[in-house]
Design a protein around this ligand. Structure first.
Ligand code: C5P
Length: 283
């Protein structure tokens, strides 16, 4: 029997770095929310003790490097499971884009295998395993809207953002998260005021939210890829009330209230960017 699980993309409403950790990672604070751009995961339990991944993507491997594969293996090892699984992935989320696609696939596999193998694990237990796969996987296990801190594994739920439209523009480059974090230098710079964002979420205040979004990795990615900075400038020029790079980039998103505005931003951005999407928040 097949089980289907949706793996939504995420965007960062904020990304702040508090310092470098002894384990080589950075201490972060990220407010994230899920959007209605999904990969679709189909899972089949196998009697045979093996994990098989099928997907049709030029950019994503279907072997042990795939985060969905790693998630299934980590779950099997943690709970001594001798069954196997066939994981089929329909990729819709752009890859290496800052939208958490690989992490969300891994999270969906954890949620799905928890069901088909009747493990009855809580989301917190699945997120704990997810943290061994990647820093964004714990957030993706929970989904909705949350602040992630520590390395990304400490999750506190937040209210959903006010309803609005998101325009995503993904420049035709792939960005290595590791490379962007490595080049980050802690210095006086514009940083997110998380209290303002959190208050805007509690008060469902779109204007404050749109003017408070901030990502300290923007200057790093912008200096390596000036076209990403230009994309953000265009997003504002075409009418986004707020715009930001998601994660380590290169995707830039813009926030607007009305669909008609989203449509005109979409049309403007399509003039020089192939991958543009209009989506809603799931939050
Ligand atoms: O955890 P994940 O494998 O997704 O992270 C990719 C890279 O991003 C890490 O190898 C690390 O260089 C960087 N990173 C970091 N601090 C974090 C999360 C990621 O330095 N909190």
């Amino acid at each position: 029997m097949a089980l289907f699980e949706k793996a939504p993309a995420k965007i960062n409403l904020s990304l702040d770095i508090l310092g470098k950790r002894n384990d080589g990672y950075h201490e972060v604070e990220m407010i994230m929310t899920t959007i209605d751009l999904y990969d679709r995961i189909e899972l089949h339990s196998l009697a045979e003790d093996k994990i098989k991944v099928s997907l049709w993507s030029r950019y994503v491997p279907n072997d042990e490097r795939n985060l969905a594969y790693k998630a299934a293996v980590a779950l099997k090892q943690a709970y001594n499971i001798t069954k196997g699984a066939h994981i089929k992935i329909e990729k819709n989320i752009p890859v290496s884009a800052g939208l958490g696609g690989g992490s969300s696939d891994a999270a969906a596999v954890l949620r799905g295998l928890n069901k088909i193998w009747s493990l009855n694990l809580s989301l917190a237990e699945l997120a704990h395993i997810g943290a061994t796969i990647g820093s964004d996987v714990p957030f993706c296990v929970h989904g909705e809207t949350a602040i992630a801190s520590g390395r990304g594994e400490i999750i506190e739920k937040l209210p959903s953002p006010p309803s609005c439209w998101i325009v995503l523009a993904k420049p035709d480059i792939g960005v290595s998260t590791k490379n962007i974090f490595k080049r980050y230098i802690h210095e006086a710079r514009s940083r997110p005021v998380k209290e303002d964002i959190i208050q805007a979420l509690y008060e469902s205040d779109f204007m404050t939210l749109a003017s408070s979004i901030e990502n300290v990795l923007e200057p790093v990615t912008f200096s390596l890829y000036p076209e990403v900075k230009r994309m953000k400038e265009k997003m504002s020029k075409y009418g986004a009330v707020g715009s930001l790079m998601s994660g380590s980039g290169p995707t830039i998103y813009g926030l607007v209230k009305q669909h008609s505005k989203a449509k005109s931003i979409y049309n403007g951005m399509r003039g020089f960017c192939d991958e543009v999407y209009i989506v809603r928040l799931l939050g």
